[in-house]
Design a binder for this molecule. Structure first.
Ligand code: HEM
Length: 470
């Protein structure tokens, strides 16, 4: 008979030494929180605990255990209570922050809106947004000015999502006075700050930064109300859209009208904000990291440029979906970028019931943080794991590592925007490499490029120098 191995308790896990009351809070620097945790992982292994003020977190880095837990949703793991309540306060309590039945109801609608067929049909509008991006870059190139990479790419991603999910052509690329952008720039860092705050003080008193945030939230609400009103008008003008809505906002409004439907007006608005937040920084920062990495690898940059020019033929910017099917190396560069620079390096989850992870008893309510990068940069799964080698993602070479790098998460809550994101990445890269010679992508400040975590992991501000292709 096999001996029964007793379960370990969380208290038995190794932990970095902390201080009374504060725990490890004094060792954590919020913009580098992911690196703090990765540093402890290399000292304490794939399973350890940290304490931040009164709250204890179990940190898990083993990719097999992480995958198992992520698949075990929504039953065993779910978004944390803190995430759900903060998201509601910041008006994005939609799909990303919901749990249980509320999550399930919304997931089906969002999946339909972002399914590959729908994304493919949206291509002509996406190509038009890419042309605006090219114009914006060309203006900077002609003036000899550096391009502020992240800001411009965020305009690109916001315009794409507004078109695809809300049927709105907002053109933040062409419009310098772009309020949506400014509001979201303020909201993101506050999400990260509030998630780790020792106490939710803002519920009792507001600091100047909390009052500024409220003003940005109000202004964003007004923009969201505009998207919803326009979609309602379309549904009224064309009732057939109720049966076959052309985008997410129409689908949600049509569902809302069904008798007995549990979606509220607030849910619709929260999902509009969710899509803007979930799709903007993630894709723009992945693209920024990709440009930065390519600029440091002349061979890969040359190969990506040749592939783009062959796929585009006589064109300088993408004009049809089929061109994007001829960019396997560019797509491999995207996967390799997300392996080395995952914009979501941490996935916090909470146990929805008592469970066991790798022999450790995890009681209901336990907060876990899943680290996504250690597995993706482990020599057991990837040869020369620290090197940027896009070709490892091509054909048979891809190997078992493919399942270990999980930049879009895993299981039932895997990112529904992943097809769109990969297509956007290819379109943006084809736009840059088809029209321009990339001269430099470098830090826009005197300090070297660093990873900066503010909900997503961005490079510190970058600037890009481009020259129009002859
Ligand atoms: C390179 C770009 C992107 C990356 C790396 C990324 C990554 C992620 C990750 C790691 C998650 C959490 C998955 C999990 O819990 O297992 C997620 C969820 C989500 N993403 Fe993305 N994402 C990207 C682009 C997008 C885009 C373009 C959209 C569409 C607007 C989007 C919408 C969402 C939504 C709505 C969720 C919540 C899903 C749920 O909880 O059921 N993402 N994404």
């Amino acid at each position: 008979m096999d001996a029964v191995v007793p379960l370990r308790r969380i208290a038995d896990l190794p932990a970095p030494p902390g201080l009374p009351l504060m725990g490890n809070a004094h060792q954590i620097h919020l913009p580098e929180f992911h690196q703090n945790l990765e540093g402890w992982q290399s000292r304490f292994g794939d399973f350890y605990r940290v304490r931040v003020w009164g709250r204890e977190f179990v940190v898990v880095a083993d990719p097999q255990v992480v995958t198992e837990a992520l698949r075990d949703r929504p039953g065993t793991f779910q978004r944390t209570d803190r995430m759900t309540s903060i998201a509601e306060e910041l008006h994005f309590g939609g799909l990303f922050a919901s749990n249980g039945d509320k999550w399930r109801r919304q997931r089906t609608m969002v999946m339909a809106a972002f399914d590959p067929g729908h994304v493919k049909r949206y291509f002509p509008a996406l190509a038009q947004v890419a042309q605006r991006l090219a114009k914006r870059f060309a203006r900077a190139g002609a003036l000899g000015e550096p391009v502020p990479v992240q800001q411009d790419l965020m305009r690109f991603t916001v315009d794409v999502i507004a078109g695809l999910a809300f049927g709105a052509d907002i053109d933040t690329l062409g419009n310098e006075q772009d309020p949506i952008q400014q509001h979201m720039d303020q909201i993101f860092p506050m999400v990260a700050r509030r998630l780790l705050a020792p106490v939710p003080y803002w519920r009792w008193f507001k600091l100047p930064r909390d009052r500024r945030l409220d003003a940005h939230l109000q202004a964003l609400d007004a923009a969201v109300a505009g998207f919803i009103a326009a979609a309602r008008e379309r549904l009224q003008a064309d009732p057939a859209l109720r049966a076959s809505p052309s985008n997410l906002i129409e689908a949600m409004l049509a569902a809302r009208e069904q008798p007995g439907n549990a979606l509220t007006d607030q849910d619709v608005a929260a999902n509009v904000v969710t899509m803007l937040l979930a799709g903007e920084d993630t894709t723009a920062n992945t693209l920024s990291w990709m440009l930065w990495l390519l600029c440091r690898d002349a061979g890969a940059l040359r190969r990506a440029g040749e592939e783009v020019r062959a796929a585009l033929g006589d064109e300088r910017v993408p004009t049809c979906y089929e061109q994007m099917e001829h960019l396997p190396f560019v797509e491999a560069c995207a996967h390799e970028t997300m392996r080395l620079k995952p914009v979501a390096p941490l996935l916090p989850q909470q146990a929805a019931r008592d469970t066991v992870l790798a022999g450790v008893a995890i009681p209901k309510g336990t907060m876990c943080i899943f680290l996504m990068r250690p597995g993706a940069t482990d020599a057991r799964y990837f040869e020369a794991p620290e090197s940027f080698r896009p070709e490892r993602w091509l054909g048979a070479e891809a190997g078992p590592g493919k399942r270990v790098a999980m930049p879009f998460g895993a299981g039932p809550r895997i990112c529904p925007g992943r097809y769109l994101a990969l297509l956007e990445i290819k379109v943006a890269m084809a736009t840059v490499l088809g029209s321009f010679e990339l001269e430099a992508v470098e830090s826009a400040t005197p300090e070297a490029t660093r990873e900066h975590l503010a909900f997503t992991m961005a490079p510190t501000p970058l600037r890009m120098r481009l020259r129009p292709r002859d």
